[in-house]
Design a protein around this ligand. Structure first.
Ligand code: LLP
Length: 388
């Protein structure tokens, strides 16, 4: 399903803006659910951090996904989208009392806890309410991932999760609490992972851990949550608009040894929303330097920070030029040298006013936009807003 852009409509819209292909979003969510449904114990939560645009959340909710949240604000966004509390999980190393209280009052499914101090805070707040709440321990599996170092999370030196050596202690602590029930283990090794071996490595660590818990404590917890992380093809969005969910789920089904009745949860963000989103921008100026040609566009690093922050590659297309290629750096207007979308990129000869599409920007694009330089947060236009 190649993204066809409604160019005539774009010409009337103030840039920059995020454009979302609703048809592709729906096709992606139904595919993920269809593939997961092959395994009756698999449950998919959408990681709201990837994109919390309420109109997209509404579509995702309608398709039937649960939610993975990392702040009270995200729990609120999930609830406002109508996602049932019983399908909401809440992770994060720094949950405040206010956020925990909000999630407790909403009656979410599970807190993924990341420290002893957090266990104590949840116990105290649940006791105040006279309720018992469910938690899963976020375990740091000490597994690396073939991805950018800023988005690996599963190494012992990362701030996330509980290391193996400290697990017994925290289980003892939870078991001594009256208002917390331990229902599962949670893992997440990183993001934008395309090498299935990384997920297989995670599965072996989980298998080892499950065996240890069974042997040492006769403990089998009903829920295992393996986080998210499935990557997308930034290099070829039209060829691979929908990630290979079939292979992804099969990898877990084949490599993870679950005990009878155990439920397996996934928290997928990028793979669900990345390809349906495009940042549409106009060339404000073409500047010929002494050794470079620059296309200065009206979108900046504040609208899409991934290239500046992670050196991330996004395909960029000129939607209004079909001239021969030239080589440019495509840069934004923000007063930072790192406000660069790409360097030495071949793209058709571009003129002032041309409309450019920065592809695969649906995940961690709008969600990470900020107002530096007093710039406006870009608006979102859904394909369904445009009369075709
Ligand atoms: N679960 C947990 C605990 C996470 O920390 C994350 C992402 C996810 C699930 C969803 O992962 P996904 O399926 O989207 O890979 N801003 C970065 C990515 C940061 C990911 C943070 N955690 C980027 O633009 O590449």
């Amino acid at each position: 399903m190649t993204t066809k852009y409604p160019l005539e409509a774009f010409k009337e819209i103030e840039t920059p803006f995020y454009y979302y292909n609703v048809e592709l979003l729906k096709a992606t969510t139904s595919k993920v659910l269809e593939e997961a449904a092959k395994y009756p114990n698999f449950h998919v939560h959408y990681a709201i951090k990837a994109n919390f645009n309420p109109r997209l959340l509404e579509i995702i909710k309608k398709e039937g996904l649960g939610a993975d949240c990392v702040s009270g604000g995200e729990v609120r966004a999930a609830l406002e989208a109508g996602i049932e509390p019983a399908k909401i999980v809440f992770a994060g190393v720094g949950k405040t009392d206010k956020e925990i209280s909000f999630a407790l009052d909403a009656g979410i499914f599970c807190f993924n806890i990341e420290s002893e101090a957090e266990v104590e805070a949840i116990e105290r707040l649940a006791a105040e309410r006279g309720t018992v709440t469910r938690v899963a321990i976020r375990v740091n599996p000490n597994v690396g991932a073939h991805t950018h170092s800023n988005i690996t999370t599963g190494r012992a030196e990362n701030k996330f999760g509980i290391n193996y050596e400290q697990l017994d202690e925290i289980i003892d602590l939870i078991e001594s609490m009256e208002h917390i029930e331990l229902i599962g283990l949670h893992f997440h090794i990183g993001s934008q992972i395309l090498v299935m071996d990384d997920f297989i490595a995670l599965c072996s660590r989980i298998n080892e851990l499950q065996e240890l818990l069974k042997e040492n404590r006769n403990m089998v917890l009903p829920h295992i949550n393996v986080g998210g992380g499935l990557g997308i093809r930034y290099d070829a969005p039209d060829k691979y608009p929908i990630p290979d969910f079939e292979l992804y789920f099969a990898t877990y089904a084949n490599s993870l040894n679950l005990y009878p009745g155990q439920q397996l949860h996934f928290e997928l963000g990028r793979s669900i929303v990345a390809q349906c989103g495009t940042l549409i921008t106009r060339a404000t100026y073409i500047k010929h330097g002494t050794c470079k040609k620059f296309i200065i566009v009206d979108a900046g690093m504040n609208d899409l920070i991934r290239p500046a922050l992670y050196d991330a590659y996004h395909r960029i297309e000129n939607l209004t030029s079909n001239k021969e290629d030239d080589v440019y750096d495509i840069v934004g207007p923000v007063c930072e040298s790192s406000d660069v979308f790409c360097k030495d990129r071949k793209i058709p000869i571009t003129e002032r006013g041309d409309i450019l599409a920065i592809r695969s920007a649906g995940a961690y694009g709008e969600a990470m936009a900020f107002g530096y330089n007093c710039r406006e947060i870009p608006k979102a236009v859904l394909s369904t807003d445009i009369k075709q």
